[in-house]
Design a protein around this ligand. Structure first.
Ligand code: PLP
Length: 399
């Protein structure tokens, strides 16, 4: 198989995307040829397709501790994020807040950063909280940034480049306490009780960290199918019932009017099957993969003085390692890794074709090294042998 060695190399880019698992593939299969009808069609085949979407929604909602009414399928996490951010800001504007304020971090995925930059150009005020040199932001930073007109806070659960895990629960508690204090000091309870809304991009957290939305305390959460051994072309937006969003894609009444466009039934079924497996495997995979990650990080740092680790050692997702090479750019290193049969990323996959230094590494105070970063992300098929090979190759390149 391509994913493990056998002369084909070692795939260490699971944060970019994962292969569709055979079980997920099998679950999707009937929905290409047999149950292919449009879920909006009223005939029996259409109803069967609609049932599949309904069942997938109910299952996904249950897995994240939500109601089916709070789970919305979209064509990607990027679209979920756009809907969450633009939708919340639009609704605030409709409700008479002409200059809504949003808070985020300076190390978000471009789906969040660029969306907020675009909103800024349309009059939204934005605060980009600076992460510390390990890539962490704190609930205190969020607290200090909150304003009367803050309508939305969006903080990623796990960073896609350096794997830092943010204190989502504490941030949620801070926001909740702030809301309570505003309600206590106001007589127009209903208008402000939901503000600000808290969204988290949980795309890179889903395989290894708890997703129960009530325990996390989030109002909105985004997931992606292709990062959890499901198909590409499907994302999820969890949205608390009390949160009102303005749709950004208009057209048909799919997804209860929140996202128009005929549903991608096989992908939605695949997403649900993938999330189910991810939940089942979460604890065992977290333990297995984090042991491999530690072996990788320790193996590299022990021998290679010219290589440093980016991100936090403690608050780090199970499958991420990210290193900077002294005086060697990732642009120069990537083809060499390819030749050596190690498939990894420089920075994140989405910016892989843009020869710009990583904004995440730069945000850690490593402006000079930001172009020298490589990310190795482990997954279900990663073995000890793969890790040993990666360590050996990195040591060679570091000399
Ligand atoms: N957010 C994070 C943290 C990601 O890593 C990614 C994908 O790289 C996305 C959002 C976008 O996901 P999608 O490819 O489903 O649009």
């Amino acid at each position: 198989m391509f994913l493990s060695h056998k002369n084909h190399g070692v795939y260490l880019d699971y944060a970019a995307t994962t292969p569709v698992s055979p079980a997920v593939h099998a679950a999707m299969e009937p929905y290409f040829h047999e149950i292919f009808a449009n879920p909006s069609s009223l005939h029996i085949p259409g109803q069967k397709a609609q049932n599949a979407v309904d069942e997938a929604r109910a299952r996904v909602a249950e897995l994240i501790g939500a109601s089916w009414k709070e789970a919305f399928f979209t064509p990607s996490a990027t679209e979920s994020i756009n809907l969450a951010l633009r939708g919340a800001v639009q609704t605030a504007k409709h409700r008479g807040i002409p200059n809504p304020h949003v808070i985020t971090t300076n190390i978000e995925h471009s789906a969040v950063l660029k969306t907020i930059r675009a909103l800024e150009a349309e009059g939204t005020e934005a605060t980009f909280l600076p992460a510390d040199n390990e890539g962490l932001v704190s609930a205190q930073q969020v607290k200090e940034a909150l304003r009367e007109n803050t309508v939305l806070v969006s903080v990623m659960y796990v960073n896609n480049e350096i794997g830092t895990v943010q204190p989502i629960k504490e941030i949620a508690k801070t926001i909740s306490a702030y809301r309570q204090s505003r309600i206590a000091n106001s007589n127009q309870q209903s208008a402000i009780s939901n503000r600000p809304i808290f969204h988290t991009d949980a795309v890179q957290a889903a395989n290894y960290l708890p997703l129960a939305v009530d325990r996390l305390g989030v109002d909105m959460m985004t997931l992606s199918g292709h990062k959890i051994y499901g198909p590409k072309g499907v994302g999820l937006l969890y949205k608390k019932e009390a949160v009102d969003l303005t749709p950004i894609v208009t057209g048909g009444e799919q997804e209860r009017g929140l996202h128009a466009g005929t549903e991608n039934v096989p992908a939605i079924v695949g997403f649900s099957a993938a999330l189910e497996d991810a939940e089942e495997l979460k604890e065992s995979e977290r333990q297995r993969v984090s042991a491999l990650r530690d072996m990788l990080i320790d193996g590299v740092l022990r021998e290679s003085e010219t290589v440093t680790l980016n991100g936090s050692r403690r608050e780090r997702v199970a499958n991420n390692a990210n290193f900077c090479f002294k005086n060697k750019s990732s642009e120069a290193l990537l083809p060499q890794f390819d030749k050596a049969g190690i498939f990894l990323s420089g920075g994140s996959a989405c910016t892989a074709r843009v020869p710009e230094p990583s904004h995440v590494i730069a945000a850690l105070g490593k402006k000079e090294e930001a172009k020298n970063a490589v990310r190795l992300s482990l997954g279900r098929h990663t073995t000890k042998k793969d890790v040993k090979k990666a360590v050996q190759v990195i040591r060679e390149f570091a000399q």
